[in-house]
Design a protein around this ligand. Structure first.
Ligand code: RB5
Length: 143
């Protein structure tokens, strides 16, 4: 199950991604926001992050204008590895190396077609499981 959340700037891109996931039969849960009126990105980062922490969802997608604010908010949460990706190389690499559990994009940065390719790449790539990557991910959780 994929948790998806966005602020107002990400609403239209979120709806395009939802349409894509429905066509592909990918299960998702929408954590808002539900329109283009002004909203606060930390709220949606926290909702999606919590869904992953509670194991209601195993991965997530977050969208704001740049992808930056919502990444900062999500990455403050324990166990969350949110990767801001605006290219398929990064989307693949962050799954292989970082076992990223949230894909973040900036709706004001990329077009819908590119974003959908990034979504496809991120969710079709498994973590490599290599020891050095496991070790580094463990280190992220240390104080
Ligand atoms: C909203 O105007 C914008 O600041 C937000 O979507 C995001 O880009 C913040 O990082």
């Amino acid at each position: 199950m994929i948790a998806i959340g966005n602020d107002h700037t990400g609403y239209q891109l979120k709806m395009a991604i939802i349409e894509f996931m429905e066509k592909e039969g990918i299960a998702y849960k929408d954590y808002g926001c539900g329109d283009v009126s002004s909203s606060d990105y930390p709220e949606y980062a926290k909702a999606v992050g919590r869904a992953i922490q509670k194991k209601e969802c195993d991965k997530g997608i977050l969208i704001c204008g740049t992808g930056i604010g919502i990444s900062i908010a999500a990455n403050k949460m324990k166990g969350i590895r949110a990767a801001l990706c605006h290219d398929c190389f990064s989307a693949e690499a962050t799954r292989l190396h970082n076992n990223a559990n949230i894909l973040v994009m900036g709706a004001r940065v990329i077009g819908v077609g590119h974003a959908l390719k990034i979504v496809e790449t991120f969710f079709s790539t498994e973590f490599s499981g290599e020891e050095r990557h496991e070790r580094r991910i463990q280190m992220l959780e240390e104080e």
